[in-house]
Design a protein. Structure first.
Length: 241
């Protein structure tokens, strides 16, 4: 199954990244340090760019903003009686926040310490909470709402989600509050979580007699219907002439 493969692909690199971070592997340390110092020098030379990055990181792409969007989505799904999809979105978002926090506490990695820092952030560094939240939130929004988007327009939300996830990671490193490996760790852990919960959701759908669908169709292609969770037989009878 595709989700099983993707979960393994995401989980193994995250576990490897975690081991390398804990072991303070010299090549990874040099990569993190060199990237942080180069972007920090650029930030000091362009204060206007720093302000723009802070707006993106602390307002537009802030975890609170993204989680609020997911919360509104869950409420909307509940109103539409798409209970199964609402439960998946809620569990994925909440689990993402809790797992990310637990890993941070377990690893206790210090954030970058740079001369004349342009930004500050509390707590530990690995994995990046911003990067993980962006990954899980964008995946939830994308996989839920995709069936409502006309096929010709579907590349647009995929591109927007990718831009958000990559953009969040860049802002955190460019502001000097995370190492590159923190961001990559957040991406991988978020991806592993989303694919794991998606695997459970697909099994749940299969138990109700619904067909398996490719990820490009969204998790619940029946979402545009008046009753998204109507039994397949009932849906077919209503659609018959």
């Amino acid at each position: 199954m595709l989700t099983t493969a993707v979960t393994a692909v995401a989980s193994v690199p995250f576990a490897l990244a975690l081991v390398l971070v804990e072991a303070q592997w010299p090549p990874l340390y040099r990569l993190d340090r060199a990237t942080a110092e180069r972007l920090h020098a650029t930030a000091l030379e362009h204060p206007g760019r720093v302000r723009a990055l802070e707006v993106l990181s602390d307002l537009v792409w802030d975890p609170v903003t993204l989680r609020l969007l997911v919360a509104l989505l869950v409420i909307w799904l509940a109103v539409r009686r798409a209970w199964r999809l609402a439960a998946w979105a809620c569990v994925t978002a909440v689990a993402g926040g809790l797992i990310g926090l637990l890993v941070k506490i377990a690893v206790e990695r210090a954030r970058p310490s740079l001369p004349d820092p342009v930004a500050h952030a509390p707590g530990f560094s690995f994995p990046s909470g911003h990067a993980m939240t962006a990954t899980t939130s964008c995946a939830v929004l994308l996989l839920t709402l995709l069936p409502l988007v006309p096929r010709a327009w579907r590349p647009l939300p995929w591109a927007l989600a990718l831009l958000t996830v990559v953009g969040v990671g860049y802002t955190r490193v460019a502001l000097g509050v995370h190492w590159v490996s923190d961001v990559v760790g957040g991406w991988l852990l978020g991806l592993a979580l989303v694919t794991a919960t998606t695997l459970v959701f697909e099994a749940w759908r299969a138990d109700t007699g619904r067909r398996r669908t490719p990820v490009t169709e969204g998790l619940e292609p029946e979402l545009p219907a008046p009753d998204p969770e109507a039994p397949p037989a009932a849906t077919a009878r209503r659609a018959a002439p």
